[in-house]
Design a protein around this ligand. Structure first.
Ligand code: SER
Length: 709
């Protein structure tokens, strides 16, 4: 049975039993506390916990998932993967253990016709109810039901969150796959007893203190590995031989001219590459770009891991990007949209490959010099420190260092390497904390604690009466300041918009009788305080003075026009280029706007002119711009655009422009699009692999530009 057919059969089976089929969600969970979608239940976490109310009762999905905790095992065992699909049926306070067990058994035995004799079942040691259902109702022999402790049969999403006891269905692949240990049985880690389906009776929520609290309703969360099921039904030795992964292996083998089967090291490389390639394609599909933090780092590591394996196959040049289309071919049936992103994905992968290979090459030169030095000095060992430097600075994997060392009859201080690695992790953690603090000057940390939070009123006011709460001169708090002084001022209330979300800060004046201060820029070093960067033109000020704060209205309006135009631009780009377009950065000032987006190729003249025309059409229609506050969940449900990886609070400000655009945004906006006047694209260029930059003008700036050309 083809893999795609299995997926379909599962979804249909549960549809016939009252479940709604829902499409797979992204690998990037909506829940900001989770880095990646590691299980089919992740999208439903807030329903389980009761955080959001939902009318859903029964759902069935095939969810794309990504886990990195078993990455070291990938390729070595018959069953571990980073990327995989999880088939799952869910009940939100509807059916219970009985139906869950009955349907699981029926699906495996009747629908898929898996021989009963092959199957075992495990239950949580204290769960008599589950034991009885399996034995009495489903007639599973007692000696085929194994009771296991909480390390096996209690499933939790993480240290906190929804959890519950579970029952698993296990497929016995036969003695020949056994590790041979006398204890080998259900629950053993080896390749004989394959966990196929995990039925979680999700009844608790673990809180911060580790206490189990009953959830508002009893739920069901089941998860079955699609690739594992395919391996059983297609009678394969391992998941890599199924139609989900084998074509990737075959293609890579043909690229490198090696065969699959005869050589352990080469086979392992082929399997790792095949697994990682699926992860790479779907991470990029879901909007992740390689970087050094968060999900971007996960992607970068996976690409580099896969690429290093190419060495074992004699693939010295970039090759991973050629595998993108193979993955798409395999997965396009459930994911028809994948093909649209093909070139974008290829470029991102190729860019990353080139970058890594260059670094690696430099590293190999350093390594060669080191070898010459060591051999000349008649040394016997490569120190852990040196090996770590090769790894850390140049990305040379430790196994490569080990191999080359052995070729030259040198040993390697692996312990020293591990220690250096551990040290670096610690340093890394500390560095993060330090960066977190040093980016904000100490003075502001102190002021933020001491003063009341600045009240920002700039969405609807351009001038305000305010009080000076603090004056800062060369990083020190002062009581007063005089003409020509360059200072930072903190007020109790302000109409000045502080630089945020790509929009530059306001400028303007702060005045009182006899005193005029020019505000050159406005910043928000910490969420609590807004700082006016200013210069006293005439007169003087003291802490506690009552002043009049007024922004430069012309500049603000020009900036605002550019900001709303950026939203229109994003809307148009998505329509003209496709759904893969994501904002990777933006800069909005009074004289221009800049927008960086993910796209694989330069925009053609025709695309540019369609984008420009679409934005101008929206301007002519004078569409109302509606700003409202809502729950983050609600905003996401309505499909609002948000920045991947950005942290948002529970309540968010959304900006809606008709049906054309809905974005989370804290910036200032025109009331209706007509105010923008005119929109003119002025440049388009590439700034990194797969990232394009667009610059444009609006309003007066656009008119001036048109006159000049
Ligand atoms: N959440 C459980 C798992 O991941 C069952 O879906 O195994």
């Amino acid at each position: 049975m083809k893999g795609n057919e299995i997926r379909k059969r599962f979804l249909e089976f549960f549809k016939d039993r009252g479940h709604t089929i829902q499409p797979s969600r992204s690998l990037i969970p909506e829940d900001p506390t989770v880095l990646l979608t590691i299980a089919g239940m992740i999208p439903f976490k807030p329903i389980f916990t009761g955080e959001i109310k939902s009318d859903l009762k029964r759902v069935v999905t095939s969810q794309r998932c990504l886990r990195t905790n078993d990455i070291e095992n990938v390729g070595k065992t018959a069953r571990h993967h980073t990327f995989f699909e999880m088939l799952g049926n869910f009940s939100f306070g509807d059916y219970g253990k009985k139906e869950t067990i009955r349907w699981a058994w029926e699906f495996l035995i009747k629908e898929l016709k898996i021989p009963k004799e092959r199957l075992w079942v495990s239950v949580y040691e204290e769960d008599e109810e589950a034991f009885d259902i399996w034995h009495k109702e489903e007639k599973v022999r007692r000696d085929r039901i194994v009771r296991l402790g909480s390390e096996h049969n209690f499933w939790a999403i993480g240290p906190t969150g929804p959890c519950g006891s579970c029952s698993e269905v296990i497929y016995d692949r036969g003695k020949k796959y056994s590790c041979g240990r006398p204890t080998c049985g259900v629950g053993c880690d080896c390749d004989r007893f394959l966990e196929v389906w995990n039925l979680v009776f999700m009844e608790y929520n673990r809180d911060q203190e580790g206490r189990l609290r009953p959830l508002p309703r009893k739920n069901i969360d089941t998860g079955m590995g699609l690739e594992r099921l395919a391996m059983i039904l297609q009678e394969k030795e391992n998941t890599f031989d199924t139609d989900f992964l084998k074509p990737i292996i075959d293609y890579t083998a043909s690229l490198s001219g090696v065969g699959y089967g005869p050589d352990r090291i080469k086979d392992l490389a082929l399997r790792i590459i095949a697994d990682h390639m699926r992860a790479i394609v779907f991470l990029i599909y879901d909007g992740v770009l390689p970087s050094n933090v968060g999900r971007g780092y996960v992607l970068r590591r996976i690409i580099r891991r896969a690429l290093s394996q190419g060495r074992n196959l004699g693939l010295a040049k970039p090759y991973l990007h050629k595998l993108v289309s193979i993955v798409i071919d395999i997965m396009k049936e459930p994911y028809p949209e994948l093909s649209k992103d093909k070139e974008h994905m290829e470029r991102i992968v190729l860019g990353e490959e080139k970058r890594f290979l260059e670094t690696l090459e430099q590293g190999m030169k350093v390594f060669d010099d080191l070898l010459i030095h060591l051999l000349r000095e008649k040394r016997k060992e490569i120190s852990g420190e040196k090996a770590f430097e090769l790894y850390d600075t140049y990305g040379i994997p430790i196994d490569l260092t080990q191999e080359v060392a052995a070729e030259h009859n040198l040993t390697l201080d692996k312990r020293g390497f591990d220690m250096a690695m551990e040290e670096q992790k610690k340093r890394g953690r500390m560095a993060w904390q330090e960066i977190g603090q040093s980016r904000v000057k100490t003075i502001y940390n102190r002021l933020a604690k001491e003063l009341k939070a600045t009240r920002f009123k700039g969405y609807d006011r351009t001038t305000l009466k305010a009080e000076i709460l603090a004056i800062i001169k060369t990083d020190k708090r002062v009581k007063k300041a005089k003409a020509k002084d360059e200072i930072d001022i903190i007020l109790d209330i302000t109409p000045f918009y502080p630089e945020a979300g790509g929009q530059t800060g306001d400028s303007g004046t702060i005045t009182k009788r006899g005193t005029r201060i020019e505000v050159l820029d406005t910043q928000r070093p910490l969420p609590e305080i807004i700082v006016h960067r200013a210069k006293i033109i005439k007169g003087s000020i003291r802490k506690g003075d009552k002043v009049e704060a007024g922004i430069n209205i012309g500049k603000r309006l020009a900036t605002t026009r550019n900001h709303t135009a950026t939203h229109l631009l994003q809307g148009a780009l998505k329509r003209v280029l496709g759904r893969h377009v994501r904002q990777t950065g933006s800069f909005v000032s009074s004289d221009r706007l800049r927008f960086d987006l993910t796209h694989f190729a330069p925009l053609t003249d025709e695309q540019l002119s369609r984008v420009e025309e679409m934005v101008n059409e929206k301007i002519r229609k004078n569409v109302k711009v509606e700003v409202s506050m809502m729950d983050l969940k609600e905003a996401k449900k309505r499909g609002a655009i948000f920045l991947v990886g950005e942290k948002y609070g529970k309540r968010v400000r959304t900006v809606k422009i008709g049906d054309f655009s809905l974005e989370l945004c804290g910036g200032t906006q025109v009331e209706a699009t007509g105010e923008i006047g005119l929109f003119k694209l002025v440049s388009e260029s590439g700034i990194a692999a797969g990232v394009r930059r667009i610059e444009a003008l609006t309003g007066k700036g656009a008119c001036r530009f048109m006159k000049e050309i």
